[in-house]
Design a protein around this ligand. Sequence first.
Ligand code: B12
Ligand code: SF4
Length: 498
Amino acid sequence: MRLLLVHPSALMYSEIFLRLEPLGLERVAGAARDAGHEVRVVDLQVLDRSVLMRELRSFRPEALGVSLNYLANIPEAIELAAHAKQTVPGCFVFFGGHSVSFVAEDVLEQAGGSVDAVVRGEGEPVIAPLLEAIRDGAVDEVPGLVTASGRGPAPRMLESIDAPLPARDLMRNRRRYFIGELDPCASVEFTRGCPWDCSFCSAWTFYGRSYRKASPQAAADDLAAIREPNVFIVDDVAFIRPEHGDAIAAEVERRGIRKQYYLETRSDVLLRHPEVFERWSRLGLRYMFLGMEAIDAEGLDLFRKRISPDENFKALEVARKLGINVAINLIVDPAWDMERFRIVREFALSVPEIVHFTVMTPYPGTEIWHTESRRLTTRDYRLFDIQHAVVPTTLPLDQFYRELVRTQAVINRKHLGLRTAFGAARALGRNLLHGQTNFARMLWKFNQVYNPRRQLADHQRPVRFELPEPQPIDIGDRRLLYVHHRGPTHTRNPEATD
Ligand code: B12
Ligand code: SF4
């Protein structure tokens, strides 16, 4: 069967700091190709819409799947679906991915017939049975499928994440994937799932708090096949299990694989096993993203981060000693006033790390979607990108955005200060020599993208598609939030506290 897979355009954040390959979609593509189907992929983060239009007309897909990891992409995906149905009548259109798994029925209804099905949960185990069912009928019986006639059987989970391999070779314009100065940059997955349960996050609810590890051989095989010199490790929390991180490191050493790496982890994981991160720093680990989220104990408790400010600060010291550049994330509460912004700015200027800000956003799949008592001020999908305020702000909204952007800008200037500029200039020169311009563009584009007027104006756009109303549920049984329910083979990490 001819299958076209599409990733929607980049969101605000990706215009500046990074733009990475859609690894999940590539794995779905890999699974479909392994099952003998003819597959093409269009990633609108790096390709123009005209490429998609051409593919629709020339390839004439029999099935078209759109990846929806991000809520903010849903309106765009519905419009694409309607266009595809018009251009290729008879094409079976379906959506899949992280975010759409939590709002499948609502999106189906909103699409008004342009979308035939939504796949909840992991895409690899479902794609071959789905394509067969499209040909032979009985789509409703495919696990994880939601159609106009309701939910089919529960989504299936991969036993092992070693296969299928992502179909990286199907991607065009790979040189446009980058993160900061790691330009160009590929992505890789060593583990899947997260055993913690932070209240603002849906990573754990999607996978039902399961945690799976790739075998060290498969992880190293995948790394060795990557052409790019830089690699982003997509794991929610890297190296939770030190022996797993070590075993992959041993394979990488044995095979002499040399790359620069960027990963995300937690402060307590780094503090418990700094030796693993030290080993990886020798192998090329350059950047680490730590989701600190709050600088005080009250904020950390509120997000159920199960970590103390002290641990966070100690982790920063450890990373500094290892020579790893750290980016930290802090969650901005829309309730912040001028004084709170000032305190946070002061903190951000006092540490050498890069500080990112995301706005506290209740979204489907998270616990706070059901428990946050503040009313949503908007249900426009496009504003649910953690860069916009969707609950009431204490400051008038325009002033909130001015403070937010001012805080981001102060920090951006800190990093573009003279000292950093020299360091960055070296990377810039190196990248430009190789024809890589993503990092250079990022350095100068900040003011254009992060602009309080633009953010405020985003709230004024006419709204066609809205999120459903949040339903308060009794969070006593948190399995109600899960997309996947763990089978007996998927164990929780014993190191995580509960
Ligand atoms: C890596 C990652 C990124 C990367 C790469 C994203 C990309 N281009 O795909 C980067 C760092 C760029 C990123 C950025 C952002 N991210 Co992000 N990201 C993740 C993370 C940690 C893992 C995603 C991943 O690669 N997983 C591994 C692959 C194999 O799995 P997968 O992509 O989920 O795909 C599987 C299924 O979803 C499904 N599937 C996927 N596509 C399709 C398509 C079809 C047709 C089918 C059938 C199935 C299917 O099958 C796949 C295989 O099983 C997730 C958390 C998580 N654990 O899911 C957050 C997550 C998806 N990100 C999130 C957010 C908020 C963001 C940002 C908005 C953050 C910001 N600061 O602005 C930006 C926006 C980026 C953009 N698109 O422009 C939120 C989503 C929130 C929401 N509900 O919208 C998540 C859930 C994190 C969280 N803590 O809540 N992200
Ligand atoms: S540790 Fe990170 S990925 Fe895991 S639940 Fe918390 S925020 Fe989400």
